[in-house]
Design a protein around this ligand. Structure first.
Ligand code: 13P
Length: 290
């Protein structure tokens, strides 16, 4: 199956009270591990790409070619959407032109009226090409230069205004944070989530910062209308820990253990195992591609 828009998989997840995992990719190892993990669990999946990661992978065209090539050579049969994560106005347009099948336009840093106007334009553009689109209301907290900002709470009225534009799924802050959660994190605001759900008439919601949220909170959020959970940091930590273990055990110095195909394998396998665990035990989307 070719790469697909995420609209159908997200709508099915929303109806079925489970979530689709949107796992960020960084390189070939990430793409292989995530696709193989989701294929093994028969889970539909979204591959998220930030603009920074796309630049690291030598541009949107190269990302599209690499994902398509790996997808086909591995014989992946589950639905896969290639999604731009936190796209800028220019970035979203460029990703659409390059052949992404889903985009996020993140206008949350603009004054609301400007976010609204740009989101409207981007929703029309994405839909005219048959792509799915996510927009964001209210910022998502996170770590920048070592300073962790608190997770913001999106305004339910603003969420309604953007939802009414016809966006396919909506990222709205409910106290979630990108990166590692600080010790004193207050947890997700389920009251705000319920308010947003009511004001947006049941629009599928996206939970950013999916790494490190306690399992019960993820499951409760899914029950309350979250249909997509974004994960980046968690896979990076798994990869780093497994690679560290390999090197600390001196395996890179045994035989040809320095060969990148061997050196990167432990980390790649760890990513795959974590993806399988999350789709099965956290998101509930295992078997949903069948
Ligand atoms: P984490 O890095 O916290 O998992 O966040 C991922 C994310 O939300 C990408 O948009």
């Amino acid at each position: 199956m070719a790469l697909v828009s995420a609209t159908e998989m997200i709508n099915k997840a929303h109806e079925g009270h489970y979530a689709i995992g949107a796992f960020n990719i960084n390189n070939m190892e990430w793409i292989k591990a995530i696709l193989l993990g989701c294929e093994a669990k028969k889970a539909p999946v979204m591959l998220g790409v930030s603009e920074g990661a796309a630049k690291y992978m030598c541009g949107f065209d190269n990302v599209v070619a690499m994902v398509k090539g790996i997808h086909d050579s591995l014989g992946i049969t589950v639905p896969v959407a290639l999604h731009l994560d936190h796209g800028s106005y220019e970035g979203a347009k460029a990703a659409i032109a390059a052949g992404f099948t889903s985009v996020m336009f993140d206008g949350s840093h603009y004054p609301f009226e400007e976010n609204l106007a740009k989101s409207k334009e981007m929703i029309e553009l994405a839909h005219s090409k048959g792509l799915s689109i996510e927009c964001e209301v209210g910022g998502i907290g996170g770590e920048e230069d070592g300073v962790v900002s608190a997770g913001e709470l999106a305004d339910p009225e603003e969420c309604k205004t953007i939802a009414d534009l016809g966006v396919d799924f909506l990222a709205a802050g409910i106290g979630n944070i990108h990166g590692k959660y600080p010790e004193n994190w207050a947890g997700l605001s389920f009251d705000r989530l319920a308010e947003i759900k009511a004001s947006t008439n049941g629009k599928p919601l996206v939970l950013h910062g999916g790494s490190g949220i306690p399992e019960e909170q993820v499951k409760k959020a899914i029950n309350l209308g979250v249909s997509k959970v974004n994960v980046n940091t968690e896979l990076q930590l798994e990869f780093a820990a497994a690679t560290r273990k390999y090197i600390e055990a001196g395996k890179d110095q045994e035989g040809k253990g320095y060969d990148p195909r061997k050196l990167l394998k432990a980390g790649t396998d760890a990513i795959q195992a974590k993806v399988e665990d999350m789709v099965e035990n956290y998101f509930g989307c295992a078997g949903k591609a069948e």
